[in-house]
Design a binder for this molecule. Structure first.
Ligand code: HEM
Length: 530
């Protein structure tokens, strides 16, 4: 035994005698995880969160969330002698006078953007592959909670420096709070400690941004990962992979090495972006004053779709019993996001009701094999994308020489017409891909090699797929429509009348698939009976 091994053994023994960790680690470090590049997306979110914690802690050393008025005396000359809040002055101080400060601010902001992007793409992976199905519904709901918190946390973060852009965003947030019928004005007064913008809001959101929400994040991410651990990770279908086993590599050493390396790649990319790509240059915006707004004010991308919805809303208000109800803010700012997020959270239950499938699923779906779900996802994405485009209407207008009205009308009409169109087109594409899979299994891959038969006829040689590939393309189940029972054998009407009708209708749409090749068909072809 070498000296190094002896020391390692002594240390391990010391720890084990006091914690009893050896047995636990031995069992868990050998845990097997399936491997696929798309399982990295959740990891990117996780690593970006760690980068956010580290870079954010650095920023707290110098950031002063106070609204006290100061006169700027730092080294950025264009703002010299300008009156501003201590918060804005300290953010400028970090940017220009703290060594590495601007780099850290930019790393923090880029990490937030990557964090949100990783969460959204991870969510899409989970959605399109059906990883949210039983028993993972709870983790899906937790995920929706994390997404919502991420949006709020990011918004609060870029609202802190009290620059002209952050103040503009807060003004919109206050308008949304005020749009709440009856209680809105009171909640706004309570949150802002009086009239907008007041002196207390930024110190308050600072505490929420650096203490409360990161704490909740830590707790929820821990539960999220514990559930992944306990329920085991899903896997893509393939030979040898069943609903009852997990095929992959052990945590130690394969995943420890991969995950460690991957963390540094994510950190490296974020640091590179922070070093070379300017983000949120607050010194160009100037300090916030409620009477000003600069052209081209854009929120971060994950807020852009909400801003876009508010920007496209027609000016509808009603006045009743001495109260004004601003539908133009209430609908895009609260009701639509509320419906979207509640719908997303409930989706696993809605789908299982439609399919009548209450079984556990550990094998993932190929998106084409579940056309309705895939089409619904693309429909929701199209909706959000159009809202996002309208969120940048001022920038698009100046860059493409269009008017704001042209973009707004495109968005107003597009947001109603294009999502259903996207649904139909996606469903058709999925069915075509199913047809292509069927062709592949039955007739093999086109090789491009043409041969002339003795009769003079030209045919293309098709290469048979491997057994593994054939299995992967045909192992999935195809759902059957739930039959509508209007009355039972005794003639008693089904008490769930409308619900049963709806379920039958949705499940029939869900069951529209191209029949996958049967074993008999494959055999027949193999025997040469075309
Ligand atoms: C802070 C944000 C999040 C972090 C750090 C995170 C992290 C992770 C990680 C590391 C995994 C395992 C690897 C993988 O499947 O990608 C995972 C799995 C999972 N996540 Fe997330 N996630 C987050 C947000 C979300 C969101 C927004 C959703 C969906 C609404 C979600 C739903 C799930 C589900 C259902 C699984 C199990 C997937 C499976 O077994 O195939 N997560 N998460």
């Amino acid at each position: 035994m070498s000296a190094r091994e002896r020391v390692a053994g002594t240390v391990a023994n010391y720890v084990d005698e006091r914690t009893g960790a050896a047995a636990y680690l031995k069992k868990n470090l050998q845990k097997v995880f399936p491997d696929h590049w798309s399982f990295m997306l959740g990891e990117i979110a996780l690593y970006s969160f760690v980068i956010l914690l580290l870079s954010g802690t650095f920023l707290t050393f110098w950031f002063d969330p106070s609204m006290r008025t100061v006169v700027y005396e730092g080294s950025y000359q264009p703002l010299k002698e300008v009156e501003m809040s201590a918060a804005y002055a300290s953010a400028l101080h970090i940017s220009f006078d703290v060594r590495g400060g601007l780099l850290m601010r930019q790393i923090h902001h880029w990490a937030a953007l990557i964090f949100m992007a990783a969460i959204v793409v991870h969510l899409l992976r989970v959605f399109f592959t059906g990883a949210f199905r039983k028993p993972r519904e709870f983790n899906w709901i937790l995920g929706i909670g994390l997404l919502t918190l991420g949006i709020v946390e990011g918004f609060l973060g870029y609202s802190l420096p009290d620059d002209l852009l952050s103040g503009t965003g807060l003004r919109i947030a206050q308008a949304i709070i005020q749009a709440l019928p009856v209680v809105g004005t009171y909640i706004s007064f309570f949150a802002f400690g009086g009239a907008f913008p007041g002196e207390v809001f930024i110190p308050r959101i600072y505490t929420v941004h650096i203490l409360l929400l990161p704490g909740i994040f830590l707790a929820l991410i821990t539960v999220h990962l514990m559930l992944v651990w306990y329920q085991k990770h899903t896997q893509y279908p393939g030979p040898g992979r069943t609903e009852k086993n997990v095929v992959g590599y052990p945590l130690m050493p394969v995943y420890m090495a991969k995950a460690g390396g991957f963390f540094f790649i994510v950190f490296g990319v974020t640091a590179f972006l922070g070093a070379v790509a300017s983000i949120n240059p607050i010194w160009l915006y100037g300090p916030y004053t409620p009477g000003q707004i600069s052209a081209g004010s854009q929120p971060d991308w994950y807020m852009g779709w909400l801003d876009g919805l508010v920007r496209m809303a027609p000016p509808i208000e009603t006045h009743a019993f001495g109260h004004t109800i601003s539908w133009n803010i209430l609908i895009p700012g609260l009701i639509i996001p509320g419906i979207l997020f509640t719908g997303m959270a409930l989706y696993p239950f809605i789908e299982s009701w439609i399919t009548g499938d209450k079984r556990e699923h550990h094998l993932l779906d190929r998106p084409r094999n579940v056309p309705n779900r895939t089409a619904l996802g693309v429909m929701a994405l199209t909706f959000t994308l159009i809202a996002l485009i309208n969120g940048g209407n001022d920038i698009i207008a100046t860059h493409f020489s269009l008017t704001i009205n042209q973009i707004m009308w495109f968005s107003r009409i597009g947001i109603i017409v294009l999502p259903p169109l996207a649904f139909v087109i996606t469903k058709r594409i999925c069915l075509s891909l199913q047809r292509a899979d069927r062709e592949l299994v039955l007739h093999g891959k086109e090789t491009g090699r043409l041969v002339m038969l003795p009769s003079g006829e030209f045919i293309e040689i098709h290469e048979e797929l491997s057994e593994a590939k054939k299995y992967a393309l045909t192992q999935h189940e195809q759902p059957k429509a739930i039959e509508l029972v209007t009355e039972d054998a005794q003639g008693v009407l089904n008490p769930k009348g409308i619900r049963a009708k709806l379920q039958a209708r949705f499940s029939a749409a869900n069951a529209e698939n191209i029949a996958k090749p049967t074993a008999a068909e494959v055999k027949e072809l193999e025997a040469g009976h075309h």
